[in-house]
Write a protein that binds this ligand. Structure first.
Ligand code: ATP
Ligand code: ATP
Ligand code: MG
Ligand code: MG
Ligand code: MG
Ligand code: MG
Length: 268
């Protein structure tokens, strides 16, 4: 196409290319979901159908983007790990994060309308997600990233479970329940749950305590994982295999080394 005299304004655009040959993690998080969950009357502390919509959306994103090796999420957030040699959008950060945020939001709206068809979305409060990308320099920092998110899930879930039991079953006001929990440690919350409500926190569903994990099957060879310049044909074949690979859902511990030691291909 012929260049117009206005074309110079393109020079004002800026790109951020994410460091090559490093893992990228992209995390999406729902905007204002505290309010969203009130407006659409989520069950507290955990609304199963809302979790299902998140999980369907994340799994679908993995179908849409074969470079995602694993995903971990809870509440209104999901983190996606891209393989080291991923060259999607030439690793342009803004293309990546806007695509993840918008595709996840579109998926969420799509699945919401089938899973929660009794609660139609209104245009004044639609579910949308922001996204950020971070590159991590080593396998250890990647593992610690996911451990960090799972610990966060556990801490929040223990707090929310205690808080909502005090409010719903204990008849406390949210304000009083909040005050009661100030300065408490995990053991205190476990004790409140057990003594006051007969709940053994360990018996709570794994999906609440551990979050949800999607992992791709092992279909990348070590050579493919580490070769800098695969030919176009090799790359196409790899993408095809990734696209067809099985995706498993898990609700397990990702803090212990065992999880990672058993699945080395996730970090390829
Ligand atoms: P921000 O826009 O800054 O992310 P936010 O209101 O979304 O603000 P978060 O820290 O992301 O704040 O918290 C998400 C909130 O969404 C939780 O605190 C919880 O109240 C609610 N929520 C998300 N998923 C569920 C669910 N499945 N069941 C019940 N509540 C949920
Ligand atoms: P990329 O993902 O790189 O943006 P793209 O296929 O979206 O790729 P664009 O340069 O954004 O490429 O072009 C958008 C294309 O969408 C147009 O070339 C045109 O074919 C099509 N298109 C968009 N809006 C309309 C419309 N209202 N009517 C007909 N075609 C449209
Ligand atoms: Mg937040
Ligand atoms: Mg949020
Ligand atoms: Mg959140
Ligand atoms: Mg376009």
């Amino acid at each position: 196409m012929a260049k117009s005299r206005f074309e110079y304004v393109r020079n004002f655009e800026r790109e951020n290319l994410l460091l090559p040959e490093t893992h990228i993690i992209i995390r999406v998080d729902g905007r204002g979901f505290h309010k969203f969950s009130e407006k659409y009357e989520f069950d507290k502390p955990n609304d199963d159908r809302a979790l299902k919509v998140m999980n369907l959306s994340a799994c679908q994103l993995m179908n849409q983007i074969p470079d995602i090796m694993m995903a971990y999420g809870d509440s209104d957030e999901y983190s996606f790990l891209l393989r080291k040699q991923c060259d999607m959008f030439e690793r342009r950060e803004f293309k990546l994060i806007t695509t993840f945020g918008s595709t996840f939001s579109a998926n969420y709206q799509y699945f919401w309308s089938s899973v929660c068809s009794d609660k139609p979305l209104t245009v004044e409060r639609l579910p949308t997600f922001d996204a950020r990308a971070v590159v991590y320099p080593s396998d250890d920092t990647i593992k610690d990233y996911f451990r960090w998110r799972q610990v966060d899930c556990h801490i929040n879930n223990l707090y929310n479970t205690t808080f909502w039991n005090l409010v719903i079953k204990g008849g406390m006001t949210p304000h009083d329940a909040e005050n009661k929990l100030i300065g408490t440690v995990s053991a205190d919350k476990n004790e409140i749950l057990f003594k006051q409500f007969g709940i053994n926190y360990n018996d709570e569903p794994e999906i609440y305590k551990k979050g949800t994990l999607y992992i791709r099957d092992s279909v990348i060879t070590p050579t493919e994982a580490n070769t800098r310049d695969l030919t176009k044909r090799q790359l196409e074949r790899l993408q095809k295999r990734l696209k067809k690979s099985e995706i498993k859902e898990l609700h397990c511990d990702i803090i212990k080394d065992e999880f990672w030691d058993d699945r080395p291909w996730l970090l390829c």
